[in-house]
Design a protein around this ligand. Structure first.
Ligand SMILES: [Zn+2]
Length: 109
């Protein structure tokens, strides 16, 4: 099994709406922040999404989709802190990689 790629560079775009992540295996990913927030893996968000069903479309304020801080968690994950105060989402590298719009491994649009 190949080693899990890790981010070597994480940068917010100038308009602060896209997160650019360069991975150790050379893949460059551009994540819309709205996507990252929608896919927040924390218990609160996943429980809410499950309770509302597959057709639930959460509404987020601009603050909820603006990143305040990016905190690396050891060498396996990053924590995103959003402007609305939400900070419980820990995105491990495999999960983050799976969300990459540019990734050939990503099947979900
Ligand atoms: Zn969350």
């Amino acid at each position: 099994m190949p080693a899990q790629p890790s981010p070597v560079r994480i940068r917010l775009s100038d308009d602060k709406k896209t997160l650019h992540v360069s991975w150790s295996d050379g893949l460059d990913c551009q994540y819309p922040l709205s996507l990252l927030r929608k896919k927040c893996p924390c218990a609160t968000c996943t429980t809410e999404a499950k309770a509302k069903g597959p057709f639930y479309i959460p509404l987020f304020t601009a603050d909820a989709m603006a990143l305040k801080e990016i905190n690396p968690q050891g060498n396996y994950a990053v924590q995103f802190v959003w402007h609305d105060g939400h900070h419980t989402g820990i995105y491990d590298y495999a999960y983050l990689r799976g969300l990459c719009p540019e990734s050939p491994e990503t099947s979900e649009a």
